[in-house]
Write a protein that binds this ligand. Structure first.
Ligand SMILES: Cc1ncc(COP(=O)(O)O)c(C=O)c1O
Length: 395
């Protein structure tokens, strides 16, 4: 009997993907064929999770902390997060405002699901982390792009933001330090954006997951400086600052009624975040901060190596980004089809990078490189790219 394929839900067509994971899979396939690939595609620190955090996780398992917790997270971690956010952002919050989740990514998804109705508009910078647009379209809401310009160091332009707002706009998503460009908002940018958000009564989701990766100036927090916690949601997590990507631990800070709604989504999907991972999170957020600072200092050193090396490649220009661990060089003089160029660099050059337009159409002509790689690998990648690009022909 011939069977037809089980049809998927219509909504699945609206779900996007993340090029970093797609390129990683292709790079791994090439490695399995014996090719040498340098990985500058994936956004995860190459450092180990700090010892005291690992020990706390192990001790937690040994003491049988292996059962369900409340959906929003254990009280001790939510208290520790509240203290951390109050200290680092200057906003008084309590555990009732905090929901712990398995990574910042579910925090983003559950927050958008909790707030959006079909047809609501969400202003998203372009380029941006792909999950924002993907979840907005998944729930049948409408993403509206605001271009981030290289000429403005990829900072959100308040005038361009204002032009994108309509009576249907409900949410503005901000991300500083920014993936994929490494751009950062200044205090002045934040004050101007906050004025616009107030004027149009927008909810702002401020994704501050790279807040510990600022290299030249102290971090400027939209959540803190906008001083409007009733209309502002903070997204943060442990993946980047404490090199804990695989542990899966993030959190959101909300007005209480939204925290309750996001808690209900947690309850109905994952039940809770892994118990011993939450215990490790307490050790991270309350423990010795030196490992986090040491990673940041090492990233700063690598940023310099990568930017200088890229600027030394003919027809490539690269700004020095203020934060995160990405550079976003302009390669349009070589090839405006950045995905084609990224594919060439992987297949012919042995360097995995991402096409800028996979983060939004305005990323066309740029590529993203992560400097979460050793100095040796960065130098080898630069050598390979220089050679491969010298051989590149546009045909
Ligand atoms: C801007 C941004 N937000 C959120 C995340 C999600 O991080 P995680 O789910 O590992 O906490 C990432 C990961 O790359 C990111 O770049």
């Amino acid at each position: 009997m011939q069977q037809t394929m089980i049809p998927l839900a219509e909504s699945m067509r609206r779900l996007g993907t993340e090029s970093a994971f797609v390129v990683l899979a292709r790079a791994r396939a090439l490695e399995a064929e014996g090719r040498s690939i340098i990985h500058l595609e994936i956004g995860e620190p190459d450092f180990d999770t700090p010892e005291h955090v690992k020990e706390a996780g192990i001790a937690s398992i040994r003491s049988n902390r292996t059962h369900y917790t409340p959906a929003a997270g254990i009280a001790e971690l939510r208290d520790a997060i509240a203290t951390y956010v109050t200290r680092t952002r200057g906003v008084d919050i309590t555990r009732d405002n905090v929901v712990v989740s398995p990574g910042a990514k579910p925090t983003i998804a559950f927050t958008l699901m909790a707030l959006l109705n079909p047809g609501d508009e969400v202003v998203i910078p372009d380029p941006a982390y792909p999950a924002y647009r993907s979840i907005v379209t998944y729930v049948n809401a409408v993403p509206v792009s605001v271009p981030l310009m290289e000429s403005k160091q990829f900072r959100l332009d308040p005038a361009a933001l204002e032009a994108a707002i309509t009576p249907k706009t409900k949410i503005l998503v901000l991300n500083s330090p920014h993936n994929p460009t490494g751009g950062i908002l200044t205090n002045e940018d934040i004050f101007a954006i906050a004025d616009i958000a107030r004027k149009h009564d927008l909810v702002v989701i401020s994704d501050e997951i790279y807040n510990r990766h600022c290299y030249d100036k102290p971090f400027a927090s939209y959540f803190g400086l906008s001083a409007n916690p009733d209309r502002t949601i903070l997204v943060d997590g442990f993946s980047k600052a404490w090199a804990m990507t695989g542990w899966r631990l993030g959190f959101g800070v909300y007005p209480k009624h939204i925290a309750d709604a996001v808690g209900a989504l947690m309850l109905n999907t994952v039940s809770c975040t892994t118990t011993f991972v939450q215990d490790a999170g307490i050790a991270a957020i309350t423990g010795d901060d030196k490992p986090v600072q040491a990673m940041r200092d090492e990233f700063r050193r690598r940023r310099k190596i990568l930017v200088e090396g890229l600027c030394d490649i003919p027809n490539v220009s690269c700004q020095t980004p203020g934060g995160a661990f990405y550079v976003f060089p302009n390669v349009s003089k070589i090839e405006s089809d950045d995905i084609k160029l990224a594919t060439y660099l992987l297949e012919e050059g042995g360097v995995a990078v991402l096409g800028g337009s996979t983060f939004g159409p305005n990323g066309r002509g740029f590529i993203r490189l992560s400097y979460a790689a050793s100095e040796e690998n960065l130098r080898e990648a630069l050598k390979r790219m220089k050679n491969a690009l010298a051989r590149y022909s546009r045909s």
